[in-house]
Structure formats: C-alpha cells, structure tokens
Design a protein around this ligand. Structure first.
Ligand code: PLP
Length: 353
C-alpha cells in the first residue's frame, strides 16, 4: 500500500467513555475524529484527520443547489484478538469512484481511500462496539464546494469520512409493498450511483407505504414496471424451489457489495445463484405454487432483512417463517462470523488496520 501523508490532529479528550454501549441509536453518535481532504486545482490536497466537528459553508456551495453529493456506507469490526478489520474496503472505494464518474465529480484514489479509512479506524478503534453484530459504521462522502450559481460540474470538492458506532441490527421481518406509482431509477439514470438525490426521491414513496402499514417498497423497473429491482435501500434475493435468484444489475440497480459477497459465498457453497430479470408475475406464481421459500434484502446495515409479507396490487403473499429458512440466516451468520474472525476469510475480503 502506498503510504500517504495524513496530517493528524487528535482530540484533547476522547468522548468514548461517555458512550452507553447498550444503547446505541443508529446514526446519532459520532466518534472523536474524521478524515477530510479537499480537491482544488485538479488535485486532492491536505489529507487530514481532525477532531469531528462542523463545516462552515458558503450559501452558494454548489452541492446545496445542484446536488453533486455521493456517499458510501461500510463497517469496521474487531476480530476476537482485538484487531480492527474492514470488510471489502477496496470495493467501496471503487464504487465511490463509479458514483463520482456518473455525477462528474473528482475521483479519490482508491488506495488512498483504503489508507484513510484504515488510519481513521486505527485511531478511533476504541469506538468499535464490543457486542457481536455491532460495528463501527463508516460514512465516506463527497460533495461539491464551488461557490457558484449556474449548472455545471464543480471544480472543487470535499471528501470526508466520519464514523458512528452502531448496535446489533435485530431486524424483524419486514412487510413490503410493490411500488406501483413512483420509480426509483431507470437504466441511464443515476440508480447505479450512490448519489444523495436518489435517496431524497425515495422518501415520499417510502412515507406513503409506511402510512399504509408497510415497512418499505419494492422498486420496479422494465418497460412495463413489472421487473423487480431492489427493496428500499437494499438489494433483493429470492429462493425459489431451491434456486437463489437476484435481479441482474442493469444500470438502474445499485451494485451492492453485500450482494456481490453473498453471490460469491453461495456459489462457493455449491448453491445455484442466477442473476437475471425477475418478473413480479413469476414471484406470484412461485408463491401460489408453494415454491417461494425465502425473500430477503441484502445490505451493509442489516446484512439480511427477511421479508415476511409482500403486497402486490390486491394480493398479499405471506412467506414461510424465518425459523424455516436456511439461506438468508446462513448468509447473515457467515458475514457476522467473518467480521469477528469466527468464519474463515476464504476470499481475502478482510483488511486489518
Ligand atoms: C439503494 C441501495 N441498494 C442496495 C444497497 C446495498 O449495498 P451494500 O451491500 O453495498 O451496502 C444500498 C446500501 O448501500 C442502497 O442504498
């Protein structure tokens, strides 16, 4: 790895002693330090780790008007011997840059990304929660900082990484509704980028679904809006008559790193995994034939989110009890085990910091 000069300014007094590890609300508690780098005159400059704190912004900062902002979500955990580890950090660096290219933002060098995350986590390793299934959530993000009104790509950007300890995610099985009115993404749009605007656009449909008693929506695509894309902010998997099926990425679906890792784990264990177009009608038919064995979301935050019920138009489909499922629970256990060293890191996904 290329050694990068990162100036480090430590806090005078850590706040870590004040954390209640038994009560960690997601995304509200932030560790002592953050990494910051600024893109000016065509290069990233002044890489630094500094005390976590506010930014001041010019009212004309371009991100506030034209939305050039992208992010990542990843986790650090500790092996049984206390060594902090990251899971697939290079994949996150690459995806951030894929998002940057789509939004005409500056790419951040990938090895420098991994080095920045590693140094930040090493410094704040006491913030990695002790309980199994909990983690230090890492939020790398980038935004446009030109002070200018007018639609064009910004010439300057800020890249920042902060971290937040999060408790175990005891996700209860979710009730989903197939979204019939709103569209998350189409091929050629920005659905494959982890761009802030995608999430802003998803809030109203999610709110309306929640008003009707559902937890999240299933996003649909294809020429007639009959093809399943994703669920909320996760990729989706089905087990139909023993075969694992997930929608093929087509430019409108976020290329989840959990999705990619799940496919590798499953194939290594000898399961058949098919990435293809998944039509809602075939899911209905599989359900009616008693062959829809599992359905779950896959993402960094929850790892696996089991689906209990799926509503499509007037039809409510009820999935088998989680206790009867094999594949979703196995994948969750596998990823949680990798993060503590209990499961062998066969694919070299872990990076020790
Ligand atoms: C829209 C969307 N799909 C899928 C995912 C899952 O991706 P990953 O497994 O990389 O967390 C996420 C979360 O990052 C997401 O926001």
């Amino acid at each position: 790895m290329v050694a990068t000069q990162i100036r480090t300014e430590k806090v005078q007094q850590s706040r870590v002693q004040s954390v209640d590890w038994n009560n960690l609300p997601f995304g509200k508690i932030f560790s002592d330090h953050m990494f910051v780098s600024d893109y000016r005159n065509g290069e990233w400059t002044d890489d630094r780790i500094v005390p976590f704190g506010h930014f001041t912004m010019h009212p004309a900062s371009m991100v506030l008007h034209y939305g050039q902002t992208i992010f990542e979500g990843m986790k650090a955990s500790k092996l049984a011997d206390g060594t902090p580890v990251l899971l697939s950090p290079l994949d996150h660096a690459k995806r951030l840059n894929a998002s940057a290219r789509r939004l005409m933002m500056a790419e951040f060098p990938e090895e420098r990304f991994v080095e920045a995350v590693s140094q930040l986590v090493a410094l704040d390793q006491d913030w990695i929660p002790p309980a199994e299934g909990s983690a230090l959530y890492l939020r790398p993000f980038m935004f446009a900082t030109d002070e200018f009104i007018g639609v064009r790509p910004s010439d300057s950007y800020r890249f920042c990484i902060f971290t937040a300890p999060v408790g175990p995610y005891y996700a209860k099985p979710v009730r989903l509704v197939v979204e019939q009115e709103y569209i998350r993404a189409v091929p050629g749009g920005t659905g494959e980028a982890k761009a802030g605007g995608n999430y802003a656009a998803s809030l109203l449909p999610a709110y309306l679904a929640q008003q009707k008693g559902f937890d999240q929506v299933v996003w649909m695509g294809g020429p007639k809006q009959t093809q399943i894309q994703e669920v909320g902010t996760m990729n989706i998997f089905f087990v139909i008559d023993g075969e694992v099926v997930t929608p093929a990425t087509d430019g409108a679906i976020l290329k989840g790193i959990t999705r990619k890792n799940f496919i590798a784990i499953l194939r290594d264990k000898g399961y058949q995994v098919t990435e293809r177009v998944v039509e809602i009608d075939e899911i209905v038919a599989a359900h009616d034939a008693g062959k829809l064995e599992e359905m779950f979301g896959a993402g960094t935050a929850a790892v696996v989110s089991h689906v209990a019920e799926l509503q499509y138009k007037d039809k409510l489909m009820v999935l088998p009890d989680v206790a009867e499922r094999k594949i979703g629970p196995m994948l969750k256990k596998h990823i949680d085990g990798l993060r503590t060293g209990a499961v062998e890191d066969k694919f070299n996904w872990l990076v020790r910091v």
